[in-house]
Design a protein around this ligand. Structure first.
Ligand code: S3P
Length: 187
């Protein structure tokens, strides 16, 4: 049986490089690139920051679930840069785990030490949650969300000491192994 390749979903905390890695990987695979924050901004006509300040985080999380659900159903095996908070809602983790179960998605967790992320997130205009005590917030998020990312991840890459290029190389190798394994599982 020939399967279409899976979508690749990148998850991880703010500043781990999901958007850049996703763009390079989408180019490499010759597929569409999707970014949940950008999709929310274009669908609802407002910036992430304005949604947070005008309607609150819960409303943003609702938009995020709608967009993620569309992303995992999208044909054409896209690469999806999922925003850092997608794992917070149980229903989002279920969406990801269902897609993994039927081999339509592979989920990749980009992990980095919170101190590295604090350095990398200084300019995040779409990151209102980091407005105050950025370093402390990232340490707390790493603790709280680490198990949640782990619960949806097929592949984990520690990006703390790696360039974007080497992350992409590692990821391409890991995906090849993963796809061979899934292919064998289904013949
Ligand atoms: C968030 C991550 C951000 C953005 C929003 C909330 C989070 O996206 O969706 O500020 O809760 O981790 P990136 O992970 O793309 O920075």
């Amino acid at each position: 049986m020939t399967l279409s390749p899976p979508s690749i979903v990148l998850v991880g905390l703010m500043g781990t490089g999901k958007s850049t890695v996703a763009r390079l990987l989408a180019e490499h695979r010759g597929v569409e690139l999707l970014d949940t924050d950008k999709m929310i901004e274009s669908r609802y006509g407002k910036s992430v920051r304005d949604i947070f300040s005008e309607s609150g985080e819960d409303t943003f999380r609702g938009y995020e679930t709608e967009v993620l659900s569309d992303c995992v159903k999208r044909p054409g095996s896209p690469v999806i840069a999922a925003a850092g908070g997608v794992v917070v809602r149980d229903e989002n983790r279920q969406l990801l785990n269902n897609a993994r179960d039927i081999h339509t998605a592979v989920v990749v967790w980009l992990h980095a030490r919170p101190d590295v992320l604090a350095e990398r997130t200084t300019k995040g205009v779409h990151r209102p949650l980091l407005d105050e005590d950025r370093a402390g917030t990232l340490i707390r998020m790493d603790e709280e969300r680490g198990p949640l990312y782990a619960s949806v991840a097929d592949i984990v890459i520690d990006v703390s000491e790696r360039s974007v290029e080497s992350v992409v190389e590692l990821l391409i190798e890991a995906l090849q192994e993963q796809e061979e394994y899934v292919g064998n599982d289904n013949v």
